[in-house]
Design a protein around this ligand. Structure first.
Ligand SMILES: Cc1cc2nc3c(=O)[nH]c(=O)nc-3n(C[C@H](O)[C@H](O)[C@H](O)COP(=O)(O)OP(=O)(O)OC[C@H]3O[C@@H](n4cnc5c(N)ncnc54)[C@H](O)[C@@H]3O)c2cc1C
Length: 432
């Protein structure tokens, strides 16, 4: 793909790369048997590598492109402490105690990411100004009220339900009927976070090889041979950390995660006064639609960044940019004439039960399926996978042992997505 739109003068590279463009990591293949090879150098793989390297194990992380080239350097940088099924959904399915424990993992993931950034002194514009979930329909607000009360009762989470007027304290838009505020979360610069994690891995003796594609994994007398584009690596353990970019190296996982594209735009540079008038509290924002929009000010306060799935059918970056620009203008009519400077897409990965998955299968470990909310969870589960390899009981999670479902109708090609998206769009419009 060209780097830039000819007609719209929009860059097709993530806005984040202006400050922290992923760079190749070129080295010779290591000789001898490595303790662990990790496939995928996003937050999951890098966080796992960091924990393993700090414990003195020899660890190699491969990325078919560049470190963080997947979702990790492209996302909205919004730190989430929600799980898609909600506390009510988890308690209905797994009972009160297990449901609470599973949900608590999302809180743990936020604590983990804050500590990681602090411990490793990663300069990634971390802010903890909180998050607002504005409701588009009264029906959504009613559901938020119930879920918020449940989270308060069972987990002591102090989210705040607010009405339309209070919503406007956080966002200069009259599109929303109310919503809820979260404290203790916030945002970071995703590509700077990748850069900081990668350098922490290297500082602790881990080896990153990128570009380097893992093509096949073969078992040989208790160890593994990883066939890569640079040659073969021997290792004792393997971690699959490929999330929405899983494709071919470990086919049984591929049938359990559904890659879904998510696209973001950045506006042209605006005045800081303008941006802070749109986001007076600087909170991260994600609305209540099924085809949701998530948006935020850039860390330097000079742009608005907005993401979502812009079209039901696949389309060109220019078409997607126009669709997201229209969404932005619907939220902030003040930005109707503002140009878009960047448009880019990345893949998230859904699982069939809308929960992340962590575990191992015949000595091959994995953590993936963050369902679009992985800024905190992926690094957390990468760390947990590493602790499992180290045989530490601290590697236990409430996700352990949950079924990681596959479906007979799905072989890794999500043919049903346009139908599902069209259904979501109808629900968002008519509220049924
Ligand atoms: C546009 C967008 C916006 C998002 N916004 C948010 C947000 O605001 N908040 C939030 O919580 N989450 C968000 N997410 C989700 C979040 O970014 C992801 O959950 C998280 O980055 C997943 O990290 P990961 O390391 O598991 O996967 P990735 O970062 O996707 O890394 C997987 C890597 O595996 C590599 N790979 C695949 N196959 C091979 C192979 N065979 N050999 C070698 N390497 C291989 C790929 O090249 C890729 O770099 C967003 C995602 C996208 C795409």
């Amino acid at each position: 793909m060209n780097k830039k739109s000819e007609s719209l003068n929009i860059s097709y590279f993530p806005y984040w790369w202006e400050a922290a463009e992923p760079k190749p990591a070129i080295h010779d293949l290591p000789s001898g048997t490595q303790d662990v090879v990790i496939v995928g150098a996003g937050y999951t793989g890098l966080s796992a590598a960091l924990t393993l390297a700090k414990s003195g194990l020899s660890v190699v992380v491969l990325d078919t492109q560049l470190p963080g080239f997947g979702a990790s350097s492209r996302n909205g940088g919004m730190i989430s402490n929600l799980l898609k099924p909600g506390l009510s959904g988890l308690m209905a399915k797994y009972g009160i105690e297990r449901g609470e424990a599973i949900y608590r993992e999302s809180l743990n993931s936020v604590d983990f990411v804050k500590k990681l950034v602090g411990d490793e002194e990663i300069e990634c514009d971390l802010n903890l100004k909180g998050r607002l979930y504005p409701a588009v329909l009264e029906k959504h607000l009613d559901a938020m009220k119930k879920e918020t009360a449940l989270k308060q009762k069972h987990l002591g989470i102090e989210d705040e339900i607010i009405g339309k007027g209070q919503c406007q304290e956080d966002i200069a838009s009259d599109l929303y009927v109310g919503g809820f505020r979260q404290f203790d979360t916030g945002g970071l610069h995703p590509a700077k976070f990748v850069e900081g994690l990668a350098s922490a891995v290297e500082k602790n003796g881990g080896l990153i090889l990128a570009p380097c594609t893992a093509k096949a994994i073969k078992k040989k007398s208790g160890t593994y041979l990883i066939d890569t584009s640079l040659g073969t690596i021997n290792c004792d353990k393997v971690v699959i950390a490929t999330n929405g970019y899983s494709g071919g190296v470990y086919p049984s996982l591929e049938k359990k995660v559904i890659p879904i594209g998510s696209t973001m735009i950045a506006t042209e540079k605006l005045s800081k006064e303008m941006v802070s008038s749109l986001f007076p509290t600087g909170r991260m924002i994600a609305d209540s639609r099924k085809m949701l929009s998530y948006f935020r000010p850039s860390p330097d306060g000079t742009r608005v960044l907005l993401g979502g799935r812009p079209t039901v059918l696949p389309s060109t970056p220019d078409v997607q940019a126009r669709a997201l620009q229209k969404r932005l203008a619907d939220i902030f009519p003040q930005l109707r004439d503002v140009a878009v400077s960047h448009v880019w897409t990345g893949n998230v990965a859904y699982s069939f039960d809308a929960l992340p998955a962590i575990g191992h299968d015949e000595g091959i470990y994995f953590a993936l399926g963050y369902c679009g909310s992985g800024v905190a969870m992926s690094g957390y589960l990468g760390h947990k996978v590493a602790l499992k390899i180290l045989k530490s009981s601290e590697g236990d999670t409430a996700f352990d042992g949950l079924p990681f479902e596959s479906k007979a109708y799905y072989q890794g090609q999500p043919w049903f997505l346009p139908i599902a998206m069209a259904g979501y769009k109808l629900r968002d419009t008519f509220g049924f």
